[in-house]
Design a protein around this ligand. Structure first.
Ligand SMILES: [Zn+2]
Length: 451
């Protein structure tokens, strides 16, 4: 591991900067660059170089020595994947999980502000308070693993305890032979609407219903027009698989369905170059509590910081959003607090660390404009697309107030929102590809010559 490499104390900083600009040291935990994608700009990315946890020092002490293009008359900084790797390591390794309202999120905000200030932006940290929901719970009365469910829309709130029974898909004919009076019923998602499963269960005397997902990840759903008289919650597929064998052992479960609201104070970090904001560049820097959110979204934040450095110009404003994972609260708070209506466009970066069908999601006209710019600049593996079910990101808050906005993402990643979303899974090749794409895009929409 490069841990030793991570361990380079801050004092070695000077040597380190040289390292960055001169040559590279292999960053073991990041997959070495495969074949760099054909970006036209001579991206600086060389195989497997990276920064260490002393990156913080870099941000605090001096603007990194950027590499510059030699194109005649267009002298400018070139995006540097090593700097992106350094930001990811700082956010997802040194800081780690950055849950909304947590110390980790605050530490990340301080780091981001330091980097933006070091690259010449006028910075501000803008706190906001939002309510987040503390959702339901399922616990075994006799101890054992607990489950983190989501209350279905239309579910009754409250608590119920009963012996666990498994009921297949929850169809009436599947439940008929079962003794369900006073039971907690576990069924699978699929085939029947959630509302029908709930009605069948309630009619059979069930006191609470768990509906296990039929694919990876979390989900939430609605019972439709007829609310249930019992708690009905959604659980993950793995949780259903853990509970199912217990049904035959008469285990008792206590199900609590509720939505409690607690106040969370988070913050956006803003960097302004000049007096107006024509182009907004954004990314959320918070993560879920379950893991360090390397791909989601230390990678997008790191990319934001690097393209903000390269494309700093009058009219470019940069916003790192807090509290996105609990409901786009940071970007919502930003557009509530600022009149963004004069902006020409907003580009949001959410996941850049693993290529899995990169897409541009959002405003159709802007998407087309960006894809045209990319098409005339070279071949780039990105297309217009949509988010996976139930997913969203921060460009939506800007779209809702009329700013043409898109999210540029490297694609869906099954590991996000889990403890598996670590820096070790980040691909240098993916970062280079996304950096190349965003560099071309920003070149085409630039508000003014880089200052
Ligand atoms: Zn995200």
């Amino acid at each position: 591991m490069t841990r030793r490499f991570f361990g380079i104390p801050i004092v070695a900083l000077a040597g380190f900067v040289l390292l960055l600009s001169g040559c590279g040291v292999f960053f073991g935990s990041v997959e070495p660059a495969g074949t760099a994608s054909p970006t036209p700009t001579a991206t600086t990315a060389t195989a497997g170089t990276s920064a260490t946890s002393s990156t913080t020092a870099v941000a605090e002490t001096a603007t990194p020595q950027p590499r510059r293009t030699a194109e005649p008359g267009r002298e400018r900084s070139l995006p540097d994947v090593e700097l992106v790797l350094g930001h990811i390591e700082q956010l997802a390794v040194v800081i780690g999980s950055r849950e909304a309202g947590s110390d980790g999120e605050r530490a990340a905000a301080a780091y981001i502000e330091g980097v933006l200030a070091a690259t010449g932006y006028e910075t501000a940290v803008e706190p906001f308070t939002t309510a987040t929901r503390i959702d339901s719970s399922v616990a075994m009365t006799a101890g054992g693993a607990s489950v983190r469910p989501f209350m279905m829309r239309g579910s009754a709130t409250g608590e119920a305890t009963g012996r666990l029974v498994y009921g297949g898909l929850g169809a009436a004919e599947e439940l008929a032979p079962l003794d369900l009076e006073g039971a907690v019923l576990l069924v699978e998602r699929g085939v029947l609407p959630f509302g029908e499963k709930a009605r069948n269960a309630e009619a059979a005397g069930v006191v609470a219903l768990l509906i296990a997902n039929n694919e990876d990840g979390v989900y939430s759903g609605t019972l439709g027009d007829v609310p249930a008289g019992i708690p009905v919650v959604a659980i993950r597929q793995a949780e259903g698989e853990m509970l199912r064998p217990l049904a035959s052992r008469g285990v008792k479960l206590m199900v609590r369905a509720s939505i409690d609201e607690i106040e969370v104070t988070s913050q956006n970090v803003v960097g302004r170059a000049g007096t107006s904001c024509e182009v907004y560049l954004g990314a959320h820097y918070d993560s879920v509590p379950e893991g360090p959110g390397a791909n989601d979204n230390a990678s997008g934040t790191a990319l934001l910081l690097e393209v903000a450095r390269v494309h700093r110009a009058e009219g470019v404003c940069v916003v790192a959003f807090g509290a996105e994972e609990i409901g786009l609260f940071g970007s919502q708070a930003f557009v509530d607090a600022h009149d963004v209506s004069g902006a020409r466009l907003m580009l949001n970066f959410d996941m850049a660390g693993r290529l899995d069908g990169p897409v541009i999601v959002g405003d159709a006209g802007l998407t087309e404009e960006l894809l045209d710019a990319l098409a005339s600049a070279g071949e780039f593996p990105i297309a217009a697309g949509v988010f996976p079910p139930f997913a969203s990101s921060d460009h939506v808050s800007f779209s809702e107030v009329g700013v043409p906005s898109v999210t540029i993402t490297s694609g869906d990643d099954p590991a996000i929102h889990t403890s598996e979303d670590t820096a070790g899974r980040i691909s240098v090749a993916a970062l280079e590809t996304m950096l190349g794409i965003v560099d071309v895009v920003l070149g085409s929409v630039a508000a003014g010559d880089p200052s």
